[in-house]
Ligand binder design. Structure first.
Ligand code: PLP
Length: 498
């Protein structure tokens, strides 16, 4: 983007970039973006910067005078890009991969141009109604019944916060109005989840004033699924101690291994005990797209709330998280609050939805636009094919692990996640742990692949997750070869040292 003959002059003191200059810069930016996507594989996935390097390359104070855009864009290339981790690289297999794609990029550009706030229907009828339609689409895609009503938040962490705020209000009436402090009728509220569930539950309990310590982590079984018997026992022990159990989080697709809790059995426990059931299907909800795998979501229809992150595996880039609730009026009871200046805008006498009533946020991005573009551009069959392909690639990777005697699977492969370790027979457990952490670090430092590590039953393991539309079987083979090369390099060095 540098050295341009037709450089745009700095902006004047008032007003915006003139239309012809904006058009020219947008065309350049379009090339920049398309080049980035096209040649992303030429880049090292992780940068070599150290903490502070990017800051050192930036001006420390806001510039006093308008700068030529060419200078800013040059710094994007020279200062910012060297500090980027290229999540969109097809060999980036950390977490659940990355959901970037062309149609979504177009949606983001249009949403940025419109810059509407979907707080009430009146402040943006189209953003509100498109959100409602996209929420129905996601519900249909993942096979949830129409007894669920959705709302879009940024993340699953924020979704569970809202779900548990509704659950708290049910368990302890009037907490919205009266708060928690000094109440004689308030016992300690307790929430339950497996030892594999995501830490966003603790954060929600902190935010709700219920306390991190009041999350009870229940032991999971050998396949990392919550044990309903252990859940029952934990609830009974808490009741005996005078605590007030109020909510359970069951996970469909845990963060480490993509294990699936027995949601139907957990729903039985919740029904018997009168507890709110929140299902964290942030990642695993996408399995509902595949008819042959929909059984993994068995029982989810009985939940009080379900979160599905379209930004994890439904090809909508960050951020786009959907919370489905069976009783949306409970969210309204906790969050509806109309400031005076919006009174005229609100509600349309019940003829329309004001999404500001369903959460903390007032100003809300037009997130639905990018989702709508992706779902239309891919179609249901295209989404299904891509999710199925990611599961297939995970299967190919798992077969590579099975075929190599020095390696083992560390958990049953699930969805698009494979946890595995290098475990040569002659090595002690401590050395195996250190070896696996070292292999992950070395592979990532190579810039050619990216994995994450996890700890399962106290033992280190490596982990890959597939979710990028650019990833193919070639990348699986290359990443696997790199992992094996690291192992071979280390075992040769070991033998040389003996
Ligand atoms: N739930 C699960 C199972 C996750 O794996 C994650 C993040 O990886 C979250 C919730 C939190 O997601 P978010 O980043 O959208 O808050």
């Amino acid at each position: 983007m540098t050295d341009r003959a037709d450089a745009t002059p700095p902006l004047s003191l008032l007003g915006d970039l003139p239309a012809d200059a904006l058009r020219r810069e947008l065309h350049r930016m379009a090339d920049w973006v398309a080049d980035y996507r096209e040649r992303i594989e030429d880049r090292a996935i992780v940068p070599t910067v150290r903490p502070g390097d990017v800051t050192a390359g930036l001006q420390q104070h806001v510039p006093e005078h308008a700068e030529p855009l060419a200078n800013v864009l040059r710094d994007l290339d020279d200062v910012v890009m060297p500090g980027i981790v290229h999540w969109g690289h097809p060999a980036f297999l950390g977490y659940f991969g990355s959901t970037s794609n062309g149609p979504a990029l177009l949606g983001e550009i249009a949403a940025a141009a419109l810059n509407v706030s979907a707080m009430t229907w009146k402040t943006s009828p189209a953003a509100t109604e498109l959100e409602t339609v996209v929420l129905q689409w996601v519900r249909e895609l993942v096979g949830l019944p129409d007894t669920f009503t959705g709302v879009v938040y940024d993340t699953a962490s924020v979704a569970v916060l809202h779900a548990l705020a509704a659950a708290r209000e049910l368990a302890l009436p009037d907490v919205r109005a009266r708060g928690l402090a000094g109440r004689r009728d308030a016992r300690v509220l307790r929430a339950y989840a497996s030892d594999q569930a995501h830490s966003s539950l603790e954060k929600a309990m902190v935010m709700l004033g219920l306390g991190e310590q009041n999350v009870v982590r229940v032991e999971s079984d050998a396949a990392f699924r919550l044990r309903p018997d252990a859940l029952r026992a934990a609830i009974a022990a808490d009741r005996a101690s005078g605590h007030h159990p109020f909510a359970v989080v069951a996970t469909v697709g845990t963060t480490s291994t993509a294990s699936v809790d027995p949601v139907r059995d957990i729903a039985d426990v919740c029904a018997e005990e009168g507890l709110w059931l929140h299902v964290d299907a942030a990642y695993g909800g996408a399995m509902g797209v595949l008819p042959e795998r929909r059984a993994l979501l068995d029982g989810v229809e009985r939940a009080d709330s379900v979160v599905v992150n379209a930004h994890k595996w439904l090809f909508v880039p960050l951020d786009f998280s959907v919370l489905y609730v069976r009783r949306p009026e409970l969210l309204r009871e906790v969050f509806a609050l109309t400031p005076e200046y919006l009174r005229g805008d609100a509600a349309m006498n019940g003829a329309a939805i004001d999404y500001m009533d369903y959460g903390v946020q007032l100003g809300r991005r037009f997130r639905a636009l990018k989702a709508w573009m992706v779902f239309r551009a891919f179609g249901r069959s295209g989404i299904e094919a891509r999710v199925r392909e990611h599961c297939r690639l995970a299967g190919v990777f798992a077969d590579c692990v099975r075929a190599e005697p020095a390696f083992e699977l560390a958990a049953p492969p699930s969805m698009s996640v494979v946890c595995f370790r290098c475990a040569p027979a002659s090595m002690s457990a401590a050395d195996v742990d250190a070896l696996n952490v070292a292999i992950v670090e070395a592979v990532n430092a190579s810039g050619e692949a990216y994995l994450t590590h996890t700890v399962l039953a106290g033992r280190a393991a490596m982990r890959v997750g597939f979710g990028n539309v650019l990833t193919t079987e070639r990348h699986v083979a290359e990443v696997w070869e790199r992992i094996r090369a690291e192992w071979r390099r280390r075992s040769n060095a070991d033998q040389g040292a003996r």
